[in-house]
Design a protein around this ligand. Sequence first.
Ligand SMILES: [Zn+2]
Length: 309
Amino acid sequence: MDGNIPKGLAEGGDVREICEACESKDLYPVLEAVENTGFQYEMVCCRACGLIQLSRVISEGRKGSLIWEGEFWDKPDLSYEQGRMGRHKKLLSLLKRYEVTGGQLLDVGCSFGGLLNVAMEMGFSVCGVDVSPVAIDYLRSECHIEAFYSVVDAAQKKGLFDVVVCRSTLFYFRSPIEALRHMRDALKPKGLLVIETQINRAWIIKLIKRMEKFCGRKLVSQSTLQSLIDSSFYSFGTNNLTFMLQRAGFNIIGLHNSYYGLLQLKPTLYSTAIALAKAVLNVLSFVIWVASLGHYKTAPVVAFYATRD
Ligand SMILES: [Zn+2]
């Protein structure tokens, strides 16, 4: 592999005993997660702030390559990008509310450039960051878009950005705080960060675990549970992600619920069942959120808009 590519983010034997968000040591095990690469790890929940995070790697001899999604990244998958166009437009259209209508935009976790293409159409100069060499090569050779393996590289080569976008990616970083600090350093003063992530899923794990205790047997496989909560190293909550953003030097200026509905990537029986189960959970989340007048922050996908101080 190219020396510029970040090494596996979780090394075997790497154990985290401190909450990434609030630094509490009061953590309890909630889930043994299994990636589709076979990479297996234990996740723990912080009693103080509710953040769910990877605590230790279980699969022996596996270096953490969970940012890889197997064959999915082996070649450009433009149907995937097509399926996400509506999301990109929705997310970027909100920039106007914050009086950002142009400038340099960096997309962290840019994949094959779907969001970057939408941003270009809106008049931004764009640059991407991804860990996939396939995506980087594709962007450089086919789309003539500048792309790098890290935020630090991008800022060194391109200078500071007006907007940094990071969607459905923050939970792939071994240290989101460190990643957010790099994004902060890549922004111009008063520059805007857009973080979008699946969020507030801890209740799904707790509900399933409670049902399993009641039934006395396993109801879903760990990988199914992992698919339902849409996380990797972390499963964030609104409060702990807010705290992390503040610790990384951001002022949150807007929070948007951005649920998209069903997105079908590979229509198999399993993926369809997961998509339907997610839809039910998301509707349930939304109902609870509205019925409690926003008190229970169960929105399934949230976009944070934040400025660096
Ligand atoms: Zn915590």
